[in-house]
Design a protein around this ligand. Sequence first.
Ligand SMILES: Nc1ncnc2c1ncn2[C@@H]1O[C@H](COP(=O)(O)OP(=O)(O)OP(=O)(O)O)[C@@H](O)[C@H]1O
Ligand SMILES: [Mg+2]
Length: 134
Amino acid sequence: MRDELAIHIASDADIVKARQEGRALAERIGFSGSDLTIIATAISEVARNIIKFAKRGEIVLQRVDRNPRDGILVIARDDGPGIPDIPLAMQDGFTTGHGLGLGLPGCRRLMDEFAIESSVGEGTTVSMKKWVSS
Ligand SMILES: Nc1ncnc2c1ncn2[C@@H]1O[C@H](COP(=O)(O)OP(=O)(O)OP(=O)(O)O)[C@@H](O)[C@H]1O
Ligand SMILES: [Mg+2]
C-alpha cells in the first residue's frame, strides 16, 4: 500500500493535524507504543518550527518500504529565512526564539535518521526517518 500525504502548515491547528495524521500513518505502518509518541512528538517539533520561524510551510508524511521492516519518512519544508549555522542550531539549548532550543536536537535523538538542508533567504528542509523495530 502506498501511503503519502502532505499537510499545509500555517496555524496551530495544522500542527495538531500533522501530529494526528502522522500518528495514524505510523500505526498503519506497524509502529506501536512509545514509537507512536516519539513520531508524533518529532512531527510537532518541526511543524512548530515552521510556524515560529517561517510562518508557513508543509509536512510530508510517507511510508518507506524497506525489507525486512517498513518505516516512516517525515519531511518538513518551508520557504522561510533559513538557518545560517546548522551545527549551532543543532546544539542543545541554542535558540533564536524563546524556546528551550531542544526541538531539533531532540528530533535527531528520537528518530533513526535525521538531515537538515537550509539556505539563508531560501528556506529549510528537515528530513527524518524511523524504522519499525523488530
Ligand atoms: N524552519 C526553520 N526556519 C528557520 N530557522 C529555524 C527553523 N527551525 C529551527 N530554526 C532555528 O534553529 C534554532 C533551533 O531550533 P530548535 O527547534 O532546536 O529550538 P527552538 O525552536 O528555538 O526551541 P524549542 O524547539 O525547544 O521550543 C531555532 O531557534 C531557529 O533559530
Ligand atoms: Mg523548535
